[in-house]
Design a protein around this ligand. Structure first.
Ligand code: PMP
Length: 417
């Protein structure tokens, strides 16, 4: 009998029959509240009727209109729609299938545009599983180890992870900015540095919002040295943090934005956006791929962006996020294991620590598993695996947030006992 490879590590034993909105219906007859959203993908909830209708309609017209062979209307419509939400000046867009591919494309673009070799990424970042993206990923050694040599020309700079160091945020930011300058004077000269790549909220690395002052400091150094600033918005973008882009929390405009996950509510598509001037520095034919910018995925992305605007889902993410955060902080008051509760919008997390303040992965994992018994699906993350992340769909209701918090409280208690 053929079986699925054990390479895939399963977070839950659930086998899905179907799903709707915030809910997954298992083939075990149970109904689960899905606060994983397929790792932050099903932004408009599972099977939103508009997304389903757009995809179904497109399937009957053309499924695969290979975009370097023929152009298709969904991709043209998506490009126009993205123009309504992209930062000013980022008026040129290229499409791929996954976050990792878009990260690769951005690295290629930064290197071609500057003629410089090095990329600086930040400690704890997650940028994907392909070799180049994994080379930029330091959310845990499991993403890198065992397949060296990985891509060269990558330098990792400190991230202001204040909670880990036991510092206040300003001290952590000052330290990380000084270290970045130190790196640029001792390891990777600006004349060898093509790009900085950073997430607006470290995702798999622990759901750590990147402090606005840190992003602004990176922007200032990018400007000073002609380095391309790439914002990896794959997990934090498209409304998740309660603003359309995660970097909207800071006063910056990136040179390149990468988006995927929530963009098409579950269909695989990613986009990288930059100014036409920057894009023109990469030569035609230097990027591409068989499936990139698929017509059905593009139609689903257009429908997703329409739903997000029409149903005010960015505002919903902010409001429901506040409720979720308040509920988690309420639980934290009586639970010393919940060392840090943090996040933005509907991207919230709890970092678990033991009595000595050290990372406690066993408790995080036990509570995540106990939540399944309470019909609540959650994921863990963090370099030590000691963080539970809570990622409801942007359509989540106040009532569902309440149901989720109650289930989470019961799961926490079950492990405490
Ligand atoms: N960047 C970030 C910030 C991500 O969260 C992820 C996926 N978790 C990726 C890149 C890679 O995306 P994909 O899995 O679609 O390749």
């Amino acid at each position: 009998m053929t079986t699925l490879s054990p390479i895939l590590k399963q977070a839950t034993p659930v086998v899905v029959d179907h799903a709707k909105g915030s809910w997954i219906f298992g083939d075990d007859g149970r109904k689960y509240l899905d606060f994983t959203t397929g790792i932050g993908v099903t932004s408009t909830g599972h099977c939103h009727p508009d997304v389903v209708a757009a995809a179904q309609e497109q399937v009957g017209k053309i499924i695969h209109a290979q975009y370097t062979t023929v152009m298709h209307k969904p991709l043209m419509a998506l490009t126009e729609k993205l123009g309504e939400v992209l930062p000013a000046g980022l008026d040129s867009v290229y499409y791929a299938n996954s976050g990792s591919e878009a990260v690769e494309a951005s690295i290629r673009l930064a290197r071609m545009a500057t003629g410089r070799p090095n990329i600086v990424a930040f400690h704890g970042g997650f940028h994907g599983r392909t070799v180049a993206a994994a080379s930029l990923t330091t959310a845990g050694t499991k993403f890198r180890s065992g397949f060296s040599p990985i891509m060269g020309g990558v330098q990792i700079a400190p991230f202001p992870y204040a909670f880990r160091y036991g510092w206040d945020e300003d001290t952590a930011i000052d330290f990380a900015l000084k270290e970045l300058d130190y790196l640029l004077t001792t390891v990777s000269s600006p004349k060898d540095t093509a790009g900085f790549i950073i997430e607006p909220v470290l995702g798999d690395g622990g759901y750590l919002p990147t402090p606005p002052r840190f992003l602004e400091g990176i922007r200032e150094r990018a400007d000073r040295h002609g380095i391309v600033l790439i914002l990896d918005e794959v997990q934090a973008g498209v409304g998740r943090t309660g603003k359309f882009w995660g970097h909207d929390w800071a006063d910056i405009t990136p040179d390149v934005v990468i988006t995927a996950k929530g963009l098409a509510s579950g269909f695989p598509i990613s986009a990288i956006a930059a100014s036409g001037e920057l894009m023109a520095k990469a030569w035609p034919g230097s990027q591409g791929g068989t499936y990139g910018g698929n017509a059905v995925a593009a139609a689903a992305a257009v429908a997703t962006l329409d739903v997000i605007a029409r149903e005010n889902l960015v505002a919903n993410a902010a409001e429901r996020g506040r409720e979720l955060r308040a509920g988690l902080e309420g639980l934290q008051n009586d639970d010393p294991r919940m060392g840090d509760v943090r996040g933005l919008g509907l991207m919230q997390a709890i970092e678990y620590v033991d009595a000595d303040g050290n990372p406690d992965a066993a408790t995080a994992s036990a509570i995540q598993q106990a939540a399944i018994a309470e019909d609540l699906l959650l994921l863990t993350c963090g370099s030590a695996g000691n963080v539970i992340r809570v990622i409801p769909p942007l359509v989540v209701s106040a009532e569902e947030i309440g149901i989720g918090l109650d289930a989470f409280a019961r799961a926490s208690k079950a492990i405490q006992a």
